[in-house]
Write a protein that binds this ligand. Structure first.
Ligand SMILES: CN1c2c(nc(N)[nH]c2=O)NC[C@@H]1CNc1ccc(C(=O)N[C@@H](CCC(=O)N[C@@H](CCC(=O)N[C@@H](CCC(=O)O)C(=O)O)C(=O)O)C(=O)O)cc1
Ligand SMILES: N[C@@H](CCS)C(=O)O
Ligand SMILES: [Zn+2]
Length: 779
């Protein structure tokens, strides 16, 4: 039996890559210094995996920003607008790369970033490749080859990872409609063959082709494209060992297709879909190996070794041990690096967990125990330590199942007492609208922001010093209060209509709530890459969830005391808290979501009682929580929408509930978004130039909408004219009385100067719109 890994976290166990990239972008370090840091992380990761005993360590899983963007550069899928950077300005490939990721506003150029979207159902975001009709490709970046060589110099023969051609095409979008990007396969394949030729030339034995779309629904044409890809590769390189890696779900309808592909090995996600192993064992071609993805790459729970061994035994009995590989279920990109760095975690909870480094050890352990597995039992007579390890694993699992910290009878009783009426506002939107208009007295095109204002270095340092004990709680809170006050006064002076307190007290919109809720644990160093250099520390939901005390009321009430304008209470919704945490796997996600919804409902109630008239419950992760298989959508959408409504519906008709969503395609779930029945939805729109609104218009979305008028993910300052133009597009499809003016998302990643200038433009845009459209209405 062999072991391998599909990908290792690349941010560095102390976020070294994040820090180096940000320093490079701000001109504090040179390109060479950034490369040195990148090299050090790669080398550490390769050595760590090799020393642990992994037979095939991956390469090309490292990336300075995003692996999909790496592939765009590899095949020369570089949109025309970036050519000036390379050709006229003669910038280095790395600067072109970062320009595609982040935009480029220097040297007299103003080029926007490429689009970014969610990587399947994870909280990782990738750069969306742009394709056009008859596009030609070329081998442009040889990063994959360089990385293979770098590892080889260290004496490690790696398994390079490539995003396979069909999945690469499917991840992209047709920039101008009128063709099918799958038709570009024949132009693309020769570049992949060139890459393989070089890799083979340098001595590569195995290559991993990531084909995540095999676990989704593929059209006949896409299936044909996949067959064609691997037969072309087989023909060109009959001796190269190829592995197709599938993950995030079962192959289901594509079992037959996958089993027949002319490749040497097929990787299966047996955490998400253990049932598929039996069928695959019947179908698999002679000589094809199966890689068993047994160790969860998407969650942090310690592996159930006995359950994994049962699957190993099934496979070994059918195929023989030389055709069985053991691996994590998917790349470990989605889990933190090393549990050992968590000195503050409760010892009992720590015993239930495994991060990337520990997962690698689990893979090797499974191989060792598996090698002692006879037909129907584990024979450990000669190796008592393996027996002890299995026994210890069993004890950890039992401790988790039976721990009193997991079960809270009060939470279970509260959940059992929920009635359908608890998820229902008292009156329909039309009636609420009248009451809210009277209560809030807002102008046409009301302006607002999404919640967070710049989390400056100073703010983060206050928090870091407070956590280290260098600042007292009182001193820390006073600093935050002063920052909140500055922010509120600035918004008031600018003339925004509905204000926010700025979220300065929050490290992250999910972690902040996780730190305060019962049933959650949080880490000090459990960073996971979210996009580019940005990371999150997802909290860990280990038990029944409840609210210990009000979480946001004091900050909101303080901010409201500073202004006569309405102050929005700012909460993260139950689906997003669920989706961006590591969730317990001993009960359905739905049950955990409802427990969170009840906790948020209590907070909503308290905010209203404290006099807050507008409450926003953010749900940016609603779409990302959708199961990858469309057949499972109705069930998810039903409970997710109900959970949101449960959290929101405790308020009276006069209280205005907002929700906010970003970073997703919403067209296909628009009716469910409407069913959430928020009075106002603020939504990301500007990167897609308001295309999104077509869906809202087609469905006749009944409530109010704030389509984001500018992209907050880039430092670029938009003009009021641009924003007016976008709003005019919106006015064509949504009645103007139902439109709000706001940015795409929160401003926490921006600096103050650009934020102020952008919001000044935004208020100017709203004034312009009012002047233009109020007059029209008067006539
Ligand atoms: C809206 N988004 C979010 C997602 N998921 C979340 N869980 N949260 C989100 O907001 N998914 C979709 C999108 C993704 N977008 C983002 C946007 C921004 C970030 C981000 O800014 N991440 C920060 C880390 C934020 C944080 O937790 N900060 C902590 C710790 C700060 C820190 O690094 N401290 C330093 C010391 C201070 C210093 O010297 O600067 C240290 O510890 O070394 C805090 O504020 O206390 C990031 O920097 O990556 C993520 C996802
Ligand atoms: N209220 C949050 C939402 C981000 S999606 C913020 O403004 O950062
Ligand atoms: Zn957002």
């Amino acid at each position: 039996m062999q072991t391998h890994n599909l990908g290792y976290p690349r941010i560095g166990s102390r976020r070294e890559l994040k820090k180096a990239c940000e320093k490079y972008w701000s001109g504090q370090i040179s390109r060479q210094e950034l490369f040195n840091q990148g090299y050090a992380i790669k080398a550490d990761n390769w050595r760590l995996q090799q020393r642990a005993g992994i037979d095939w360590v991956p390469s090309n899983d490292f990336s300075y920003y995003d692996q999909v963007l790496d592939h765009c550069l590899m095949v020369g899928a570089i949109p025309d607008r970036y050519h000036a950077i390379l050709v006229e300005k003669k910038k280095h490939e790395l600067d072109l790369y970062f320009a595609m990721a982040r935009g480029y506003q220097r040297d007299g150029l103003d080029v926007k970033a490429m689009e970014m979207t969610k990587w399947f159902d994870t909280n990782y975001h990738y750069i969306v490749p742009e394709f056009h009709k008859n596009q030609q490709f070329e081998l442009f970046s040889e990063k994959v080859i360089h990385e293979f060589e770098e590892a080889k110099v260290q004496g490690i023969l790696t398994k390079p990872v490539l995003l396979a051609p069909v999945s690469f095409l499917l991840l992209g979008k047709e920039k101008v409609a009128g063709f099918d990007r799958i038709d570009l396969l024949d132009n693309l394949l020769p570049v992949y063959l060139k890459v393989l030729e070089k890799l083979v030339g340098y001595g590569a034995e195995w290559v991993q082709f990531d084909e995540p779309f095999l676990a989704l629904s593929l059209s006949d044409k896409e299936q044909t494209a996949m067959r064609r890809t691997y037969s072309v590769i087989k023909k060109a390189f009959p001796h190269l060992k190829t592995m197709v890696a599938t993950y995030f779900g079962g192959l289901d309808a594509h079992l037959g297709l996958a089993a027949e592909l002319p490749v040497c090995a097929l990787h299966l996600d047996l955490v998400r879909a253990p049932h598929q192993l039996g069928s695959l064992l019947e179908l698999v071609r002679p000589k094809m190996s199966l890689s068993l993805g047994l160790v969860d790459g998407r969650n942090v729970w310690r592996n159930d070794l006995q359950a994994s061994l049962d699957l190993i035994r099934l496979a070994v009995n059918k195929l023989g041990s030389d055709r069985v590989w053991v691996a994590p279920s998917c790349s470990l990109l989605h889990v933190p690096c090393d549990l050992e760095l968590e000195s503050g975690l409760d010892a009992e909870i720590k015993g239930w967990l495994a991060f990337a480094k520990q997962k690698i050890e689990e893979v090797v352990l499974l191989q060792r125990i598996g090698n002692h597995t006879r037909q129907d039992r584990v024979d450990l007579k000669d190796t008592p330590w393996l027996g002890q390890t299995l026994e210890q694993n069993r004890q950890y699992l039992t401790s988790r199942n039976t721990s009193t910290r997991i079960h809270n009878e009060a939470v279970k009783t509260a959940l059992a007492s929920v009635l359908p009426s608890h998820s229902q506002r008292s009156s329909p939107y039309a009636e609420r609208h009248k009451l809210q208009t009277e209560a809030l007295a807002l102008p046409l095109f009301p302006t607002t922001t999404i919640g967070s204002f710049p989390q400056t270095k100073e703010v983060r340092q206050w928090r870091a010093r407070y956590k280290k004990g260098e600042l007292s709680l009182a001193a820390y809170e006073n600093l935050l209060k002063a920052e909140t006050e500055r922010c509120v006064r600035w918004q008031d002076d600018l003339g925004l209509d509905v204000l926010v307190h700025g979220e300065f007290e929050r490290n992250d919109m999910v972690e902040y709530f996780g730190e305060q809720l019962e049933g959650f644990a949080f880490t000090t160093n459990g960073w996971v890459q979210s996009y580019g250099s940005r990371c999150v520390k997802p909290p860990i939901i280990y038990g029944d969830v409840s609210r210990k005390h009000p979480m946001t009321v004091d900050w909101t009430v303080f901010a409201q005391s500073l202004t006569r304008r309405p102050m929005k209470g700012m909460l993260t919704g139950p689906i997003t808290i669920l989706q961006w945490s590591f969730v317990r796997n001993d009960q359905p996600r739905k049950d955990t979501c409802f427990q969170i919804a009840l906790a948020i409902r209590e907070e909503v109630r308290d905010l209203e009682q404290a006099g807050i008239r507008v409450i926003q419950i953010d749900e940016p992760a609603l779409r990302e929580g959708l199961p990858l298989k469309t057949s499972e959508w109705p069930d998810y959408l039903d409970w997710a929408v109900t959970a949101f409504r449960l959290s929101a519906s405790v308020v009276g008709d006069h209280t205005q509930i907002h929700t906010h969503m970003c970073y997703s395609e919403f067209n296909d779930i628009i009716s469910h978004i409407a069913a959430m029945d928020a009075d106002v939805i603020t939504i990301e729109c500007s990167r897609s130039q308001m295309e999104l609104l077509d869906a809202f218009a087609a469905f006749e979305y009944p409530n109010e909408i704030g389509p984001g008028v500018y992209d907050i993910h880039a430092p670029r300052i938009p003009s009021s004219e641009e924003m007016i133009e976008l709003m005019e597009k919106a006015i064509r499809v949504v009645p103007k009385e139902r439109l709000w003016v706001n940015p795409d998302c929160g401003l926490k990643t921006r600096g103050w100067e650009e934020t102020q200038r952008a919001l000044e433009e935004m208020v100017k845009a709203a004034d312009g719109l009012r002047a233009k459209f109020a007059r029209k209405a008067d006539m």
